[in-house]
Design a protein around this ligand. Structure first.
Ligand code: R5P
Length: 299
């Protein structure tokens, strides 16, 4: 068995390989002046089971392209199988057609991954539980929520979980059950499909005098989390914390979150946060152990 890191997930891949008591196999990634990449697998992989770790955060298209070429290089070098760890599966929000004339972008990604030779996918906290159905290979849907649950316990007993939109109720219910059915509330979020603009039209549940804990799958621009925080404070929450598996942190999300009324933001390391985007209110929880465990039990 061999394990390889793509350039978006070097730290996570190092941690996972350490937990599997394996060394990362060398891969040569040469970038041409025009941005194209040449990828060369340096170890012999003929007949070997291989693992590639590459997340699809910013720059999403570039990270995917590198992954497609890595898988192709492994297959052409004779790899028996290519298990792909894509901790954050980019394009997952376009998993169906919202408006006439759109593409199903995630299906395009799935088709390319399987046609180049991915044999299994390991990924974290999908936006929708139906995503595995898009793939024709086994999908291992892993989760950072149990680790978030442990952190939430440390915030004390006066907490209420909050889903920042209807799609998040499933996650909040899961953590609530994990923590002995603690209360939860839901925000009704509306997104304008052409402009992408967000508005909140109400809160169901009581947050007055409580520590509100927002749970989401991802933070991109941070508008969802910051709008939700403002609403929760208006509705009487004494403090607001946020947990999201994927810290996409697009545009100025890091600065917006730091300036916001939020106490602390917890994300996992499904996406490597570049040092210039790390902010004082941020805490990163590693999913390396969960990934290593899943890879170990699927050998
Ligand atoms: C949307 O349905 C997702 O669950 C997230 O709430 C959303 O993608 C976060 O995006 P942003 O941080 O840009 O508001």
């Amino acid at each position: 068995m061999r394990i390889f890191a793509g350039s978006s997930s070097k730290n996570l891949a190092r941690k996972i390989s350490g937990k599997l008591k394996m060394d990362l196999s060398p891969v040569e990634i040469f970038v041409f002046p025009d941005g194209e990449k040449r990828i060369r697998i340096k170890d012999k992989v003929l007949g070997q089971d291989c693992i590639v770790v590459q997340s699809a955060g910013i720059p999403t298209d570039e990270n995917y392209m590198e992954l497609f070429i890595m898988i192709d290089a492994l297959k052409r070098s004779g790899a028996k199988s290519v298990k792909t760890v894509i901790p954050y599966l980019g394009y997952q929000r376009q998993d169906h057609i919202f408006r006439e004339g759109e593409a199903v972008s995630l299906e395009v990604i799935a088709k390319i991954l399987t046609s180049v030779g991915m044999t299994e996918l390991f990924s974290f906290d999908f936006h929708s539980p139906k995503i595995p159905e898009i793939f024709s290979v086994p999908v291992h849907h892993l989760s950072a929520l149990p680790q978030f649950g442990e952190k939430i316990k440390e915030l004390g007993r006066n907490t209420v979980l909050v889903a920042p939109d209807m799609g998040g109720i499933r996650r909040v219910k899961q953590i609530s059950e994990m923590l002995g059915n603690i209360p939860f509330a839901t925000i009704e979020k509306n997104r304008d499909l052409s402009s992408g603009e967000i508005s909140n039209s109400g809160l169901t549940g009581d947050v007055r005098g409580k520590i509100a804990v927002i749970i989401d799958d991802m933070i991109s621009t941070a508008v969802t989390i910051v709008d939700a925080t403002n609403l929760l404070i208006e509705e009487g929450a004494i403090k607001v914390f946020a947990f999201a598996t994927h810290g996409v942190f697009a545009r100025y999300a890091d600065k917006i979150l730091q300036k916001s009324k939020i106490e602390k933001v917890f994300v996992s390391d499904t996406i490597e946060v570049p040092p210039y985007k790390i902010f004082p209110k941020l805490e990163i929880i590693s999913i390396a152990e969960v990934t290593a465990k899943a890879l170990r039990s699927n050998q």
